[in-house]
Ligand binder design. Structure first.
Ligand code: ADP
Ligand code: MG
Ligand code: ZN
Length: 619
């Protein structure tokens, strides 16, 4: 397609350039002629002085051509000066009839006139014409573009182009199993038809961003060895009305022509959101595009060996019509990778990177709970960049750890200057988090504490679960709340309640978020137990304005009260832990001031004398 368009454009483009080229040549030649013409070597003088000198006999010859007067002074054999007379004759302007000057009147120069008219009329005309043609071509080019707009920009990942196979996708075993079936349909359709099985039309891949949905779709095409047409939902929504639908038509036509093939519509939620639920305006285009997708999917003749894969991270907002049988009725959920899958993904991404013997991928996999495949790929890449930065030949575990920490909490900002007072405050603040987390029985262990600023924070206390967890209990939540408040509580105990700082702002925000989530979403309140007060708006911002809150004002007050109580209770528990272990707190803060960063073992060693006070116990 694209190549053809270029060929079309080539000739007229050259024509315009040719026109401009000649216009410039002609203009240049005329300028040259004008410059070289003799009058330019002559000195301009006023006509009055010419006449008075002629009357005095100081001029030998005057040549008059039109209004131009060429002057040859006495003693000279050719004109050296030039002047311009008025329309009247030179005698009328004061030349005495007895003046000893040779007068010759020449016919107006036709060549001069010709050149003059060329210069003043034809050149601008040629230029205007060229500009005009140029503008016309430009407009037409836009027309061409507008006409080509309906053609989808679907990229064809050819069979030979950077092929991805299932082996490149680590983990995701159940998704791969589901998709293996799709591969088999594409490869051996006869086998299924013989048994009267209908080949699935659409497969919906659902998963958080970066979990490898796009990668999996490409791997299906690679495994089946068929052409892969991919387009992103957001590309449909670009610009002109009516274009989305024609793009869909074109995309499906292309895929059918190349069958067996795969169509991949990435981020389908951009066009596939539930219809008729938003506020008016701007939705027609989307709906038409969506309708066209549905029409095309229904219109597959049996035997058309095209499978439509689509991906989204918001399956909850999709239009139910998309999910009906015969459309995207197969659904494959792609989960965030578990520990062993994270190790496998890391291995894939370190396959082509030289690492030394210190690198411990298993340990990194253990630390990265909640990371997506894309996050892990990012860590691997960052590690390589860090190693290259200090000109190492191989990536070491130190580079790996730095990459991980950089991505998890932002780069170290060693350059940021803290005064001694702030440094001490940060040390006590972080020690407060660490000690509360260490002492409370259901908190994750401390992984690392540092007072080196990172990202936006002043210091970091880092807790890591020893293994992957899917659920969090109410007791664990309460310990998380207490340790989140531990920083501010420690500040209060050391410096007094009137010396609290902004250093705890993000801790408090996080704590409040967790507490609200416990009450509203998880049914973990004291009075409001086992009930959820969550406003399900399907992710549509506008619906929030039209829907009533699904609970009464009294309940709203009760929610606020429960949240406040949770926070208060947690602050009390943190306080009792810190007060009962004051000596350990001082020791930890002192170690932080001296060493700046403490690893897990060191923290455990410093805090070995801590005790769990009675008031902090939940059971
Ligand atoms: P999604 O489409 O789900 O947002 P992508 O498929 O675009 O995610 O994944 C982004 C990148 O993350 C991939 O290009 C790949 O480098 C990496 N990645 C994600 N999941 C995996 C995996 N399971 N195995 C290997 N690499 C992965
Ligand atoms: Mg994607
Ligand atoms: Zn803090």
């Amino acid at each position: 397609m694209a190549i053809k368009k270029n060929v079309n454009n080539k000739k007229p483009g050259n024509f315009v350039r040719l026109g401009l080229f000649w216009a410039i040549i002609v203009f240049g030649v005329l300028l040259g002629v004008a410059y070289l013409s003799p009058k330019n070597n002559l000195k301009e003088v006023p006509i009055s002085s010419v006449i008075s000198r002629a009357n005095d006999g100081k001029i030998a010859k005057l040549e008059i051509q039109g209004n131009e007067v060429r002057v040859t002074p006495e003693g000279s054999d050719k004109p050296t000066e030039i002047s311009t007379k008025q329309d009247s004759s030179i005698q009328e302007q004061g030349l005495k009839s007895d003046a000893s000057v040779e007068l010759s009147v020449l016919a107006p120069s036709t060549i001069g006139e010709f050149i003059f008219s060329l210069a003043t009329v034809i050149v601008p005309m040629v230029l205007i014409l060229a500009v005009f043609i140029f503008i016309m071509r430009q407009a037409q080019g836009q027309n061409n573009q507008a006409m080509g707009f309906g053609k989808s920009k679907a990229k064809l990942y050819g069979i030979d182009k950077e092929k991805v196979v299932f082996g490149d996708v680590a983990g995701n075993d159940s998704a791969k199993q589901d998709l293996q079936e799709v591969v088999d349909f594409l490869k051996h359709p006869k086998k299924y038809e013989a048994l009267g099985a209908k080949i699935p039309r659409g497969v919906l891949l659902v998963g958080s961003p970066g979990t490898g949905k796009t990668l999996l779709a490409r791997a299906v095409a690679g495994e089946a060895n068929v052409p892969f047409f991919s387009i992103s939902g957001s590309e449909f929504v670009e610009m002109f009305v009516g274009v989305g639908a024609s793009r869909v038509r074109d995309l499906f036509a292309k895929a059918k022509k190349n069958a067996p093939s795969i169509i991949f519509i990435d981020e389908i939620d951009a066009v596939g959101r539930r219809r008729g639920s938003g506020m008016g305006g701007g939705h027609d285009e989307r709906e038409q595009t969506l309708n066209q997708i549905l029409v095309e999917m229904d219109g597959f003749e049996t035997g058309a060996n095209v499978i439509v894969l689509t991906a989204t991270n918001r399956a909850d907002v999709l239009d139910p019509a998309l999910l009906r049988p015969g459309r995207f009725d197969r659904r494959t959920n792609i989960m965030l990778p578990e520990r062993k899958d994270r190790a496998a993904i890391l291995k894939v991404h370190f396959k082509k990177k030289p690492v030394d013997a210190t690198v411990n991928i298993e340990a990194l996999a253990a630390k990265t709970a909640g990371s997506s495949g894309a996050d892990l790929a990012n860590i691997a890449n960052e590690a390589a960049i860090i190693a290259a930065g200090h000109s190492a030949k191989k990536i070491s575990n130190v580079d790996l750890t730095e990459a991980f920490e950089k991505i998890a909490i932002g780069p170290e900002r060693k350059a940021k200057i803290m005064n001694d007072k702030e440094k001490e405050l940060t040390a006590y603040h972080e020690a407060g988090h660490a000690i509360v987390g260490h002492v409370l029985p259901d908190s994750d262990p401390v992984h690392k504490v540092t007072i080196i600023p990172r990202g936006v924070t002043g210091g970091v206390t880092w807790f890591l679960p020893p293994e992957d967890k899917s659920y969090t209990s109410i007791i664990e939540f309460k310990d998380i709340l207490a340790r989140a408040l531990g920083g501010r509580v420690a500040e209060k105990i050391i410096y007094g309640k009137d010396y609290i700082t902004t250093g705890a702002g993000s801790d408090l925000r996080k704590a409040t978020e967790i507490a609200r989530d416990m009450i509203i979403e998880q049914g973990m309140g004291t009075k409001l137990r086992d009930q959820v007060f969550h406003e399900d708006n399907g992710g549509m911002v506008f619906d929030r304005m039209t829907h009533e809150r699904p609970y009464s004002d009294d309940t709203a007050k009760e929610i606020d009260k429960e949240v406040a109580e949770l926070i208060k209770e947690s602050a009390k528990r943190a306080e009792s832990v810190i007060v009962s272990n004051r000596a350990s707190l001082d020791k930890l803060a002192k170690a932080l001031l001296e060493e700046e960063t403490l690893e897990e073992d060191r923290v455990v060693d410093i805090l070995k004398d801590t005790v769990l006070p009675e008031e902090a116990k939940l059971y």
